[in-house]
Write a protein that binds this ligand. Sequence first.
Ligand code: 5AD
Ligand code: SF4
Length: 445
Amino acid sequence: MNVYDSGRMADTLAPLGYRQIDGPEGADMVILNTCHIREKAAEKVYSDLGRLRLLKEAAEAEGEQMIIAVAGCLAQAEGAEIMRRAPAVDMVFGPQSYHRLPEMIARATRSAGTRVLDTEFPVAPKFDFLPATEGPVAPAAFLTVQEGCDKFCAFCVVPYTRGAEYSRPVADIEAEARRLVAGGAVEITLLGQNVNAYHGEGARGQCWGLGSLVRRLAEISGLKRLRYTTSHPRDMDDDLIAAHGEVPQLMPFLHLPVQSGADSVLAAMNRQHSADDYLRLVARIRAACPNIELSSDFIVGFPGESDRDFDATMNLISRVGFVQAYSFKYSPRPGTPAASVENQVEAAVKAERLAHLQELLNRQQLEFNQTCVGRQIPILLERDGRRPGQRVGRSPYMQAVHVDVPEGEIGRIVEVDIVSAGPNSLGGRLMSVNNKLEKGIATAE
Ligand code: 5AD
Ligand code: SF4
């Protein structure tokens, strides 16, 4: 979501004459778009700010101004603290304030030394005020449809930094999706902290769930792939599950975090489901879409997690057969309920459990990648590879695939014979180009 938000900030800044450059050297303004989800992400911001201060001092010595801004969830949570710890920072603003950037910049530049802190939650949603994305977009684009979260998992800062759930109206999302496709997007990932809780205003004012939204977007000609992330198991409703069987554009890959496989830990996390509920849900999803694969997030070392609880997580991982996952050591976050409980797990135990868990997940990922060898898989070519003539694309399962293709194929979906598999990517040979007809280009199969 921060990638998407950064793009929208760039859209907001373009009319003021700003354009994006590759690094901070020589920049008139540097915005750090930050994350607060784990402590490590927050620490990184303070060390980056130390480096940026030196650049700013060098710019000022030459009579240039360089604005340093901190955006995102760390800014939302620790705005005043950032101002105190990092005097070189000119502007601090939370995720709900991006549309006010021009006004903030005007205040910060009008008189040197003016510092701006904007971490208000808005009365009116920012989406109404952000300018539309214009011009070329990447073949695989993001589109935020929902923000915030009302779930209050005991470990998580999101409900505090991003605020309560908000769903954008269907018409706005559809208009943005059409613009993205017109700009070159072939795949759109619908984003939200709790995306399948989507409940936006649909046609004729009724409330639409994510399943209805997906079906509507699938009607956009030229939009060949749809994904959504991140979902909560409690919010997978029948209509969304059915859409996985019925909407061919919806990719057969679902990121559905379970966090733990132990019921006592799930309860302490306030996840509102048991391990068994999750397994039953996976069975329903697979019944609707037999070729679907799943990925998840895991937290190890949540307060009170015993060896047996951890074993239950390992057991769930093999039973579901996750083909991909993100896993983390529990990181106590200020202000969240789990941070202040007594039975915290020792750092060494967390590290050991994480290593075990990642070993199993990596093995499952490699095994799945190996089952792809010998299959013919449609790949969306997204960018150039390192070698001349090589492109990197994505399979329906989000695997990176390296394939040799002639010039100018980026943005196309091509049929690829998978010939090799590694832990993190596949290698393939081009079979045919299957979406050239709409683009009016003759194709040699
Ligand atoms: N510690 C460790 N991992 C966390 N996550 C969220 N909060 C924490 C925390 N305090 C993980 C969860 C979530 C993912 C985005 O980050 O697994 O699904
Ligand atoms: Fe955080 Fe996701 Fe839980 Fe919401 S559902 S509180 S975003 S982990």
